[in-house]
Design a protein. Structure first.
Lengths: 229, 355
């Protein structure tokens, strides 16, 4: 299974390296999102009596929204390359472990999402400028949330892979599912920046449980999903 | 499920595409070593039949066993998928990867021996700089060859070929025909759907006509090319035999042409070449029962004078084929259009259709 996962992940990353879609299209889309949020919520906008500007207060949520939208694009592409030219059939006919396919695609997407988060995080920090409190909590939040988005997103991308309307159907299905992750990541990130750190721990646990759940379900159900797609 | 040793055994098989019964009660039995040409109009169910036999579609009703695997059982279908080779309309290629990267990926995914990649590419004329070209930049014929190379590297025991001649040039078509013959000689079983009737029938041992998701009784005028031409021999262009090439004929070990005979020189064989399910009452000249004939198909079209040998029962046979494929240098037929020869065909293959 691990061997198959590595095979699939390397193939997906090789295709990404060849096409540079994440770098050339998805990343600019994410940055554009952040810029638009900045325009919509002026840095000068403050609630009366508040110490921080509105933009600074909502920066963690805006960052994770931008990540989520960009990740949806990466996830869609991850399965678009499999759905084309019968490759889902070929994957079924190969002696490859479906759980390995799931883990491999999840890993490849997670790596792309992580790179997006690094660049978008830097961009958000430059644009919105909140002071960082706990780097450890922030890094942990980013890593766990990345795994959660990748696992749930890969599972739902597989659900819709065989559909002619997968490009529009997948976001409709996966965004509601990822709502707890968005909420938890936003609050944990807020705690990492503005403290106290202990406020972020329960949210991290929530995201970790979510991740384990979807990784487990994905590994068990992926074979059937491929057959149905 | 009980089965009688056939490689494919479908009875009243119904397979759905969505809610539509693409196969609507199809009956088909195929013995080891047969080459079945599946004919029929567009939408008749040919591709669905191949996908069903590949284990990619579940059996809705009826019964079906392929390579001993029950098509109604999900786990057995998964096992079947790993043993079958499907050349579909789709090429299974990643456009962003080169030929060599594509075939390497699929070879690893299929647990194939990586050392076989280069010889297979050479064999199919995908050598030199071509192998580093990305799939999106390939012609349709080159994509088809790459797809065929991937399928061969799986060493399947059953070859399911959907329009195998489509998009190929003359040399490519010849190569496909040669590979089919060579594979069958080593015990593989082939089901091919093709609109190139003359070429498909030339390699087939039996023709079945599908319409409306069922096997039809084919009228005499529509039976296999060999039977149509039986009364009046017609010169047709026969694809060059692999065996006729120096590289292959020099191979050590078993002759790769076994299972094929030159119909023009072995009239006895062609006389007995009842290749479709015969009538239960039909008497045969050699006294064998119709069932025996169905299980032991005779090759009616070939290009060599090798004696008839039945496909071996050994499971190693297909692997042996692959070893021989690798041992062989690329035959001229893959590159040269001028290597073809003309053979007089005088078959009288009854080629009755399965009722």
């Amino acid at each position: 299974m691990i061997r198959d996962a590595v095979l699939i992940a390397k193939k997906d990353l090789r295709i990404e390296f060849s096409t540079r879609v994440t770098l050339a299209q998805i990343l600019p889309f994410g940055i554009l999102n952040l810029l638009l949020y900045g325009f919509a919520l002026s840095p000068d906008l403050k609630v009366v009596g508040a110490e921080r500007s509105v933009l600074e207060q909502v920066a963690p949520g805006l960052f994770w929204l931008a990540v989520l939208f960009a990740a949806i694009m990466a996830l869609g592409r991850s399965f678009a390359i499999e759905a084309a030219d019968g490759k889902l059939d070929a994957l079924q006919m190969a002696g490859i472990d479906p759980a390995g396919v799931f883990l491999g695609k999840t890993a490849a997407v997670a790596l792309q999402i992580f790179l997006l988060e690094v660049v978008l995080g830097l961009a958000a920090w430059v644009m919105f400028g909140p002071p960082l409190g706990s780097a450890m909590l922030l890094v942990t939040t980013v890593l766990i949330t990345t795994a959660a988005i990748a696992a749930a997103g890969t599972l739902y991308a597989a659900v819709t892979a065989g559909s002619r309307v997968r490009d529009t159907l997948a976001p409709l299905l996966v965004l509601p599912v990822l709502t707890p992750v968005l909420l938890g990541a936003t609050l944990a990130t807020d705690a990492a920046f503005f403290g106290p750190t202990s406020d972020g721990t329960p949210w991290l646990l929530l995201i970790a449980v979510f991740t384990l759940l979807f990784v487990g379900v994905g590994m068990m159900a992926f074979g059937s999903l491929l057959e149905e797609s | 499920m009980v089965h009688s040793g056939h490689i494919i055994e479908l009875s009243d098989a119904v397979a759905l595409l969505g809610d539509f019964p693409a196969l609507a009660g199809l009956d088909l039995e195929v013995a080891k070593g047969e080459v079945i040409c599946v004919e029929g109009p567009n939408g008749a169910g040919k591709s669905t039949l191949l996908r069903l036999c590949a284990g990619l579609l579940p059996l809705h009703t009826g019964s079906g066993v392929v390579l001993g695997k029950d098509l109604a059982n999900r786990d057995e279908r998964r096992e079947l998928r790993r043993q079958a080779g499907l050349l579909a309309h789709e090429t299974f290629l990643y456009d962003e990867l080169s030929i060599i990267d594509n075939i390497t990926f699929w070879a690893k995914a299929n647990r194939s021996d990586l050392s076989t990649i280069e010889p297979v590419l050479d064999r199919l004329g995908l050598d030199g700089r071509l192998r580093t070209v990305k799939a999106r930049d390939l012609s349709a014929g080159q994509r088809r060859r790459t797809s065929l190379a991937i399928m061969i590297s799986r060493r399947p025991h059953i070859w399911l070929l959907d329009e195998p001649h489509a998009a190929l040039d003359q040399a490519g078509k010849d190569a496909v025909d040669s590979l089919i013959k060579q594979a069958v000689g080593f015990g593989a079983t082939v089901l091919l759907a093709s609109h190139d009737r003359r070429r498909a029938r030339a390699v087939a041992t039996r023709v079945v006509n599908v319409s409306g998701g069922r096997i039809l009784q084919t009228p005499a005028s529509e039976q296999s090319e060999s039977s149509v031409e039986a009364t009046e021999p017609v010169a047709v262009e026969e694809p060059p035999s692999l065996a006729s090439t120096p590289a292959v004929s020099a191979l050590p070990g078993r002759p790769i042409t076994k299972g094929f005979v030159n119909s023009s020189t072995t009239s006895e064989t062609t006389d007995n070449s009842a290749t479709s399910s015969p009538s239960p009452d039909a008497a045969t000249e050699d006294g064998s029962s119709p069932d025996e004939q169905t299980k032991e198909p005779k090759r009616v079209i070939g290009a060599t004078n090798e004696p008839v040998e039945e496909p071996t029962d050994s499971d190693d046979s297909v692997d042996d084929l692959f070893a021989d494929l690798l041992a062989a240098e690329r035959p001229p037929s893959l590159l040269d259009d001028g290597a073809t020869k003309t053979t007089s065909i005088s078959d009288d293959d009854p080629a009755k259709e399965t009722p």
